[in-house]
Write a protein that binds this ligand. Structure first.
Ligand SMILES: [Zn+2]
Ligand SMILES: [Zn+2]
Length: 175
């Protein structure tokens, strides 16, 4: 006689073990993608992933919520998720390791009469030769009021809080 009748939100030992084995990897991959997204932002200069930080765990639980109805399973998958994020963070590609302050220090903006025709970014003493495609503006008085930049330099210049609008060639407004 089959006496097995556990439910999705209250798994027995055996079903819990099966569910963890089945979904653990997926939760880890969700964590890797999460870490990669975070690493594109201001947080990228952090040396380590705050794996056991309550806020991190809370976000991880939200990210894997669709995979589990059982509270114990949700806990296990949240751990797998933030562990996957931490693993990605430790081995993240060199391109993600640029310290924010260092990135700021190695480039500057040049303002001249050609700013509508040429990206304003200067790196290593060389003015970028590309045409600007984006106008980046900031409300922050401590920063330059605006910058005309090419597409590859858009991410470098447009920090959070800046507005980015597309520039129609040759029709830039005079600031
Ligand atoms: Zn069961
Ligand atoms: Zn450029």
């Amino acid at each position: 006689m089959d006496e097995h009748h556990c439910t999705d939100d209250q798994l027995c030992e055996r079903c819990y073990g099966q569910a963890v084995r089945a979904k653990d990897h997926q939760a880890g991959v969700i964590g890797q993608c999460w870490a990669e997204r975070v690493c594109r932002g201001e947080f990228r200069a952090q040396a380590g992933w705050p794996e056991n930080d309550p806020k991190t765990v809370a976000i991880a639980r939200r990210l894997v919520r669709a995979l589990a109805r059982d509270p114990r399973l949700l806990d296990a998958l949240a751990r797998a998720c933030t562990a996957g994020a931490a693993a990605w963070w430790r081995s993240r590609p060199a391109g993600y390791r640029v310290e924010h302050s260092a990135a700021r220090a190695i480039w500057a903006l040049e303002t001249d009469e050609h700013e509508h025709e040429r990206c304003m970014v200067v790196e290593g003493g060389e003015r970028c030769p590309r045409a600007p495609e984006w106008l980046v503006r900031s409300e922050d008085a401590a920063w330059d009021d605006y910058a005309y930049v090419c597409d590859p330099h858009r991410e470098l210049v447009a920090a959070p809080g800046h507005t980015v609008t597309s520039v129609e060639q040759g029709k830039g407004e005079t600031a």
